[in-house]
Ligand binder design. Structure first.
Ligand SMILES: Nc1ncnc2c1ncn2[C@@H]1O[C@H](COP(=O)(O)OP(=O)(O)OP(=O)(O)O)[C@@H](O)[C@H]1O
Length: 478
């Protein structure tokens, strides 16, 4: 029977079915209308907590009243760690730590634990599921792995064959009627929560000296290894070095050496040496002692200050080449490269000497505490006293150079959350030819809130620098 003839001569049973269907539609329409009305009123009149309770109650009533097939349509959102273009997904890197805060270690049988510096992070194991409740609505999260085609240039070792990568993925499921809540409120809430937590973790204690006294402040320094624009390989090896250092209590005990490490950061002004020190302190959660040697009148005052430092701390002396110029030359003729010269230095009252500093750092200071890091920075490595450059003195020499392409991409991501832009190829070409500092680049990127406008400024600036003779260009590019 076709539809028109069926409507023209309905059978009695068909008529009943139509009636029942009409009632159901009327009921559903009324329910939908009331739901919209009630939701609007609730939004405007009820405080958040009451609204959550009402929402939960409404959902329970609806579950009982409506036929099963009309109850729930589940919305599923997939959040891949790496998107199809091979670009890391920022929301994935926010959602993972957020979910880590929702993992109850007592409630699950299996969980992952990672320790970064002094931070401990819990997370879900693959294929685990947890439920988070936001504004009374349940959001169910599951971790999975996803496969995507390997792109030319990919170098991840996280792959099981030649043509595919495996990477992490999250699946978020919730009642489809809460799609707006999920996208407009829940997702931004997660991003904001993780952002605040990152900021909170960035509060480092910075201590400075006035004369022979330390005084401290707690300060949110925004520099982290993520925001730092530098050669990626150097960044990786520095982070690995810090991790190794942190976990080597037994090693240092066994070899009978003090648990300390020294880093020399060198490079032109504005390349991020001070930012790197802050990133190290943020990463390790160490206290930062910023020693101003011009405030220190004698070796004994210096020793008092150094002995007053806590464990798990970084001692930084900036522009070390400027601190001892005259005295170092004096000492060099005296010590002829020897280290055992602290007692040969000028009397304490005559001021601080490089040998006094180095000997004390290698001696009493490093054995009187644990997990100590010392950082010297300089713009002119070639001007440093050879005693500072001798093998074994500073464990790692880190060059902070002009802005390379990778460094620029980090800055662009920091400022505009962009990983690609039509102006990128021209900027990449120009950066290969011009020496500009990350500080100068940061300044350009700050000039507009619009990525296109700021990047155009960057192009013009680089083109201008490119026309100048090299020496002049790098001077202006600072
Ligand atoms: N590598 C970088 N990554 C991110 N931002 C940077 C970098 N280098 C410089 N900047 C920006 O420039 C500002 C100045 O940089 P910073 O003081 O760290 O450089 P520096 O090498 O220590 O300079 P100086 O030798 O003059 O002390 C920073 O606050 C930061 O905003």
């Amino acid at each position: 029977m076709d539809l028109s003839s069926a409507l023209a001569s309905p059978s009695p049973s068909y008529g009943k079915a139509v009636e029942a269907y009409k009632k159901a539609v009327t009921l559903a329409t009324a329910a939908a209308t009331y739901t919209v009305l009630a939701r609007t009123m609730a939004r405007e009149l009820l405080p958040d907590e009451v609204r959550d309770t009402v929402r939960r109650a409404a959902s329970a009533v609806r579950d009982h009243v409506l036929p099963r097939r009309m109850q729930r349509r589940v919305k599923t959102i997939h959040i891949a760690q790496i998107d199809d273009d091979g670009i890391p997904n920022r929301f994935y890197s926010d959602a993972r730590p957020y979910l880590g805060t929702r993992v109850d270690p007592h409630a699950v049988d299996e969980l992952c634990l990672a320790v970064h510096g002094a931070r401990r992070r819990l997370s879900m194991v693959p294929r685990d599921t947890i439920t988070d409740v936001f504004e009374g609505v349940e959001f169910k999260w599951t971790t999975t792995r996803s496969r995507r085609r390997r792109r030319r240039g990919d170098d991840s070792s996280d792959s099981d064959d030649d043509s595919h990568h495996e990477s992490g993925s999250l699946v978020l499921c919730f009642d489809a009627e809460h799609t707006d809540l999920a996208l407009e409120k829940y997702v931004p809430f997660i991003t904001a929560t993780v952002g605040e937590e990152r900021l909170r973790q960035c509060a480092i204690q910075i201590v400075m000296n006035t004369g022979s006294f330390w005084h401290g402040i707690t300060h949110h320094h925004p520099a982290t290894f993520d925001t730092l624009a530098m050669d990626p390989e150097m960044k990786r090896s520095l982070v690995a070095d810090l991790d190794r250092f942190l976990g080597r209590r037994e090693y240092y005990r066994r070899i009978g050496k003090a648990w300390k490490r020294g880093y020399l950061l060198y490079g032109p002004p504005g390349t991020g040496k001070s930012s790197l020190v802050a990133a190290m302190a943020n990463y390790l959660r160490f206290k930062l002692y910023d020693l101003d040697l011009s405030e220190v009148q004698s070796n004994s005052t210096l020793q008092r200050l150094l002995l007053g430092m806590d464990n798990r701390s970084i001692l930084v002396i900036e522009d070390i080449d400027c601190c001892f110029t005259a005295k170092s030359r004096e000492e060099k003729s005296d010590d002829a490269g020897s280290d055992s010269d602290s007692d040969k230095g000028p009397p304490a009252t005559e001021g601080v000497t490089l040998s006094g500093l180095l000997n004390f750092i290698d001696g009493l200071w490093s054995t009187s505490g644990e997990q100590r890091i010392i950082v010297f920075t300089t713009n002119y490595k070639e001007r440093l006293d050879p005693a500072l450059l001798r093998p074994g003195r500073m464990d790692m020499h880190v060059y902070m150079g002009y802005c390379c392409w990778d460094a620029f991409k980090t800055l662009a991501r920091n400022y505009f959350l962009v990983d690609d832009h039509p102006l990128f190829p021209v900027i990449q070409t120009l950066l290969a030819e011009v020496e500009v500092t990350p500080a100068a680049m940061s300044e350009m990127l700050l000039r507009s809130d619009d990525a296109g406008v700021a990047l155009q400024e960057v192009v013009e600036f680089l083109q201008e620098q490119d026309k100048k003779p090299q020496g002049e260009a790098s001077r202006d590019g600072k």
